[in-house]
Design a binder for this molecule. Structure first.
Ligand SMILES: [Zn+2]
Length: 437
């Protein structure tokens, strides 16, 4: 056996020894420990206040312990970061981004930019699963500087395959037949569609276009039966030129969707949105606190359905200020009524001319335009976003057993949400991936 081969076998054996495998019993391999000392912990567990002077012990990729500094001894072999007066929040989750299009170089630049800014996880509700799955795997292994990625299979009704963007994420497939972007109809074997979506690593489905209320219900049911999360546009538009009014937000909620994207769509609860023009008219004329909109939001609050308002999208994608105003007012009403809010901009970042990610802009708009407290905004990008991707047991909080995805800040984000703009240290999966200065 050559030295190289032996080395490979050793590293394979070592890799297995590090796994907490039931076959191998308790691992005796040394687990790397990192300790953050003297920090104020801020997460969703304690409303509007931090837990000061804490010590966080990280073992491998997991938070092992959190206690008042000095209350217990710190493991002797740990790497110690003494951070008195600093604040620590969970790694941020960008709840709405699209990564599969564009050049590899640009994609990697965007992912790196987000990670360095403290975004350790992203949700991509539509894209090529082959690209997203491989990026996610490399991110999980620490081979690239990138947040981890949770993605969906995109589902549309009759005519969906002719919608331009479908072909753009279907390379090598007849549009409409790729397992991650499907056209379905009344005779489609939905069980098979969902099994295939799972097989390509999708965490959920995203219901997008041309689904009638009846088909929406069937699709959501089939997804749930296969253990997939159900994400959706808040209203699902009808086919171009058809008389279909579209599936309204209330019907999407009743179908059991977990996340409804785009607060602007709630105008379509009241007025038809068969075309972009009609939707524009609805957003311009429907009062955001219309009784029909209030009723949907109440239903969402009762069920725990999450609103993904995408305020940055409302601000950037439309020239008229009423788009942002409408979306922000619906969001404001939603938080007041107890609807969980998650944060995501749905506009691609451009690292070349941004100082901080658009997720930060989204959080700042949630505070300044929709009236969320900084704490509510932080929860939107941590605990609620974690629930939206089915990761609430592993991400979004600073507790023993959670993944060690952490962001160290110089200032208190509960005083000013802009404290999130420039993290001092970013830790992903127990590794320091970025450190200021
Ligand atoms: Zn989107």
């Amino acid at each position: 056996m050559r030295f190289g081969e032996m080395n490979n076998l050793r590293s394979i054996a070592l890799a297995f020894a590090l796994l907490p495998s039931p076959l191998l019993g308790q691992s005796e391999a040394v687990v790397r420990r990192l300790v953050l000392q003297g920090v104020s912990v801020v997460d969703a567990s304690l409303e509007a206040s931090s837990r000061p002077n804490r010590t966080i012990v990280i073992a491998g990729g997991t938070i092992e312990d959190v206690f008042e500094t000095g209350a217990k001894d710190v493991p002797a072999d740990a790497e110690l970061l003494d951070l008195p007066g600093r604040f620590v929040v969970p790694g941020l989750i960008d709840g709405h981004q699209h990564f599969s299009l564009g050049s590899t170089e640009r994609r990697m630049a965007r992912l790196r930019f987000l990670l360095r800014a403290g975004i350790t996880t992203v949700r991509d509700p539509s894209g090529d699963a082959r690209v997203l799955g491989y990026l996610g795997l490399q991110a999980e292994r620490g081979e690239i500087l990138a947040p981890e990625i949770f993605y969906a299979a995109l589902i549309g009704g009759p005519g969906f395959s002719e919608y331009g963007p479908v072909a753009a994420i279907s390379d090598g497939y007849t549009p409409g037949l790729a397992p991650w972007v499907r056209e379905v109809g009344d005779t489609t074997d939905l069980e098979r569609v969902m099994i295939e979506a799972r097989a390509v690593g999708a965490r959920g489905i995203k219901m997008y276009r041309y689904l009638s209320p009846e088909l929406t219900l069937k699709v959501a049911e089939a997804a749930h039966a296969e253990g997939l999360l159900v994400w959706s546009h808040a209203r699902i538009r009808g086919h171009n030129g058809s008389d279909i009014w579209a599936t309204r937000p209330s019907q999407v909620v009743q179908a059991g969707a977990l996340v409804l994207s785009h607060a602007g769509h709630f105008a379509c609860e009241v007025q038809p949105c068969r075309s972009g023009e009609e939707r524009g008219r609805a957003v311009a004329t429907v009062p955001p606190d219309h009784p029909a909109i209030r009723a949907v939001l109440q239903d969402m609050a009762d069920r725990g359905t999450i609103l993904d308002p995408t305020l940055v999208n409302a601000e950037v994608a439309n020239d008229e200020a009423y788009w942002l105003r409408f979306a922000a007012e619906v969001t404001s009403l939603a938080i007041e009524m107890g609807v969980p809010i998650m944060a995501g901009p749905d506009i691609p970042d451009n690292p070349d001319d941004q100082e901080f990610p658009l997720l930060n802009r989204e959080l700042e708009l949630l505070v300044s335009e929709a009236g969320l407290s900084p704490w509510e905004a932080l929860v939107a990008a941590t605990a609620t976003a974690a629930r939206a991707i089915g990761e609430e047991r592993r991400r979004g909080m600073i507790q023993p057993g959670m993944r060690a995805d952490l962001v160290v800040l110089e200032a208190d984000p509960l005083s000013d949400i802009r404290a999130l703009r420039s993290p001092a240290v970013v830790i992903k999966n127990g590794e320091i991936v970025s450190q200021a200065r």
